[in-house]
Design a protein around this ligand. Structure first.
Ligand SMILES: *[C@@H]1O[C@H](CO)[C@@H](O)[C@H](O)[C@H]1NC(C)=O
Ligand SMILES: CC(=O)N[C@H]1CO[C@H](CO)[C@@H](O)[C@@H]1O
Length: 743
């Protein structure tokens, strides 16, 4: 009888409208036909290379083999990128249905914010992120916000305390006036015209409070230490004695706001969310495993304190731009039919400081709107390390099973209700100590995986291989906005780090073809490889921007002549790929100039970041060096910022990457000019040779066009962001030497 009741209830639920739905993109069949024709073109190119190898003793025989290898690599890489487009689907949640059906039993959500250095990531940035999540449209007693401070800095702790006081004004202000976005810095920067606001007095009071708080934090930052007066106000400061340094200190856990406490209320009398500061123990003799280590410590600390079944993981510079973001994500987890399979819901990484034409190609609009959605279509969305909602149990190493169906509803939070704040803090300190993970599966099977510079991607892969599905959700209104690099150097260094980690995955046991074999779909395995093989694709790219121009200079043709039928596949593949990417990028909201900037960044990244990453990964694989982790600075001088806003590329440093960029640009220019000069002077060069060199002239011309800003920075600019003279000198010498090498 009891069972019958359950069955009936289930049926009712089954018939209810789903909380989310997936729709396949229109025009998929047309795209597949188009992609197939390009593939035929690629095969013809391969056939041409194999059938026309120069005979032994003829010039350019070895160069020809190189061209074949390069085109083979490009072809395979293209196949990988196609799997991202083959199965393109989009997901749509219905949050009003969630509110109707589940408002009373919404699960607890633990939000993890990670910061690593108070100077590179200023505390004002961090607390803006924290305040934006604290004021989300979600029952506050079910929210718990955790800040992991790997800088172990009392300055960050101080900023968090200030934020906890300001939150009492900010949360009710946001909720009663329904303002967006809820990061005070962004809100006040975009709404300086208070006239529109009905309750002007309240508006200006809150604004003043914010400005004053920011002022206090910034002056404390400048002083570099906390005054005695402030220290005496909170017991937490006693943790920072003279022995505490960034890389050597005891575990510090402070519950700044205890969400269970009935007196912890905002100015309207509503309960505040829990707010916790954590600096896990650091000792020089223990590896701390960078961000993955911090995340794992947060998983354990949160399980002692709030124990929410859902985790949201954000970078410290990533504020919430849509206060309904949590509800949107929960639609996926709480869907009665499919929700129990879902391990995580990844949002795109988007940024609020992209210039109009996206100078450094940081918006990743195509990746965000097309490629990652394509991975989501296989149920294998990538975990990108920020803007991701996780089901706690899947992150903790559990495999997928049918029983997960009921788990979200269980009220986890009850477990800790009896403990005092002190007891909770002590328990949390134990689990955030260095030795806690010794001889456990943390970092291997539980939590985020250690030993990789892109711990997020590999962790996502392991979760999928345990049978879980993951969702990629790209809303029209961006839910989370971060800060993108605004200098070329930082943009390239960031890519190098990603690319290194990605290639490392490819070379280890986590290679999707092996690790994911029979566990994730073949399309997803190929899709992963479109990212994991960034590093090796640098080699054919370098070959293509060095060898054809040099051969042009020396009069060695490498492509079929324009009037030959073999020229057609080259022309077709090149033109169709270019036009398609232009259309795709524009459809994703980019300008044509933005597309052009993307082509340039694509050459820069592949010839520098990816190449260095390739070399470093190989060196690491043979055991000559260790993983390092560079945090990318978010703040730059006004001068640099001005150039960024004007979209002038910043080269002002002697990084080896810039020498490579400059050398390649100069080399192509020399070859082009040299070849033209020869044509004018050398009357013997017959028409046929000229026609045969034409494709190389086009290729070389394309590289020169892409590099126009580089020539400007080398020879015409004189601001601080131009190429340093040393770089100019080196590039001229290297390019001249290369032109002299006999082929
Ligand atoms: C962020 O939120 C604001 C306010 O709701 C909105 O106008 C803006 O379009 C959002 N930004 C992005 C990039 O979606
Ligand atoms: C933190 C940061 O660098 N923010 C900048 C992002 O870019 C815009 C211009 O597009 C600047 O106004 C911000 O200051």
């Amino acid at each position: 009888m009891g069972t019958q009741g359950t069955v009936r209830e289930d049926q009712v639920v089954m018939e209810a409208d789903p909380l989310f739905e997936r729709r396949q993109a229109k025009g998929r069949a047309a795209y597949r036909v188009f992609a197939s024709t390009v593939f035929v073109g690629i095969c013809l190119i391969w056939i041409y290379r194999v059938s026309y190898i120069p005979r032994v003793g003829e010039r350019g025989r070895w160069v020809w083999f190189g061209m074949f290898m390069a085109e083979l690599c490009f072809g395979f890489f293209w196949v990988f990128t196609q799997s991202l487009r083959w199965n393109f689907t989009r997901s749509y949640p219905f949050k009003h249905r969630l509110s109707q059906r589940h408002e009373e039993k919404l699960p607890g959500v633990d939000i993890f914010v990670c910061t690593a250095d108070p100077v590179i990531e200023p505390p004002t940035l961090v607390i803006n992120t924290i305040l934006s999540v604290m004021s989300c449209n979600y029952p506050t007693e079910k929210l718990a916000v955790y800040l992991s401070d790997d800088g172990g800095s009392d300055l960050t702790f101080y900023a968090l305390l200030e934020a906890s006081h300001f939150a009492k004004y900010w949360i009710p202000f946001c909720k009663t006036n329904n303002i967006e976005p809820r990061s005070p810095e962004t809100y006040f920067a975009h709404n300086s015209n208070e006239q529109q606001f009905t309750n002007y007095q309240e508006w200006s009071d809150v604004k003043n409070l914010y400005e004053e708080m920011k002022e206090r934090i910034e002056s404390t930052m400048e002083r570099g230490s906390i005054s005695k007066e402030i220290r005496d106000k909170h017991k937490g400061f006693s943790e920072w004695n003279q022995n505490v340094t960034k890389n050597d200190h005891q575990p510090i856990v402070q519950i700044v706001i205890d969400g269970r406490d009935e007196t912890a209320v905002d100015n309207n009398g509503y309960r505040l969310p829990t707010l916790v500061y954590m600096a896990r123990e650091k000792r020089p003799q223990y590896s701390h495993h960078f961000k993955a280590g911090a995340m794992n410590a947060l998983i354990r600390v949160s399980s002692e304190i709030s124990n929410g079944p859902i985790i949201l993981n954000l970078d410290c510079d990533m504020y919430v731009n849509d206060s309904d973001a949590i509800r949107d994500a929960l639609c996926f987890f709480m869907d009665e039919k499919k929700g129990h399979e879902i391990a995580y819901v990844q949002h795109p990484q988007t940024f609020n400081n992209i210039t109009k034409n996206d100078l450094y190609a940081n918006s990743y609009s195509v990746a965000n709107k097309v490629e990652l959605a394509g991975m989501g279509g296989y149920g294998s969305a990538l975990y990108c390390g920020t803007g991701c909602f996780h089901r706690t149990e899947s992150l903790c190493g559990n495999s997928y099973s049918e029983d997960n169906k009921l788990r979200l509803d269980t009220n986890y939070t009850k477990k800790n209700d009896k403990k005092t704040v002190n007891e909770l803090e002590e328990a949390a300190k134990i689990v955030s100590s260095c030795s806690y993970e010794k001889d456990t599966l943390w970092g291997k099977e539980i939590g985020l995986v250690y030993g990789c510079a892109v711990e997020d991607i590999v962790t996502g892969l392991t979760i999928q291989c345990r049978g879980w599905k993951s969702v990629y959700y790209c809303p029209n209104k961006e839910a989370f906005l971060g800060v993108a690099p605004n200098t070329l150097e930082v943009a390239l260094i960031q890519h190098k780090r990603w690319c290194e980690g990605l290639f490392q995955i490819f070379l280890t046991k986590y290679c999707p073809f092996i690790y994911g074999h029979a566990k994730i779909k073949l399309g997803a395995q190929l899709g992963y490889c479109a990212y994991l093989t960034w590093a090796p694709i640098s080699l054919p790219t370098l070959y293509y921007v060095i060898v054809p121009p040099l051969c042009l200079l020396h009069g060695i043709p490498l492509f079929p002549q324009v009037s030959s039928k073999w020229f057609l596949p080259y022309a077709y593949v090149f033109i169709s790929k270019t036009v398609y990417s232009m259309v795709e990028t524009s459809a994703c909201g980019s300008t044509i100039k933005g597309w052009w900037n993307l082509q340039r960044m694509w050459v820069f990244r592949r010839t520098t970041s990816y190449f260095f990453a390739f070399i470093d990964t190989i060196i690491k694989q043979v055991g000559l060096s260790q993983t390092t982790f560079a945090i990318t600075p978010k703040m730059v001088t006004d001068d640099v910022l001005k150039r960024y806003k004007q979209e002038v590329i910043e080269f002002g440093s002697s990084n080896t990457m810039f020498t490579i960029i400059a050398t390649l640009a100069v080399l192509n220019l020399f070859s082009f000019v040299g070849a033209m000069a020869k044509r004018v002077t050398d009357l013997e060069m017959d028409f046929k040779t000229l026609e045969m060199l034409m494709p190389q002239v086009i290729l070389c011309g394309f590289v020169i066009m892409v590099n126009l800003p580089v020539y400007r920075a080398l020879f015409f600019r004189n601001d601080k962001g131009c190429m340093p003279h040393g770089v100019m000198f080196k590039s001229l010498v290297l390019a001249s030497l290369a032109c002299l090498v006999p082929i």
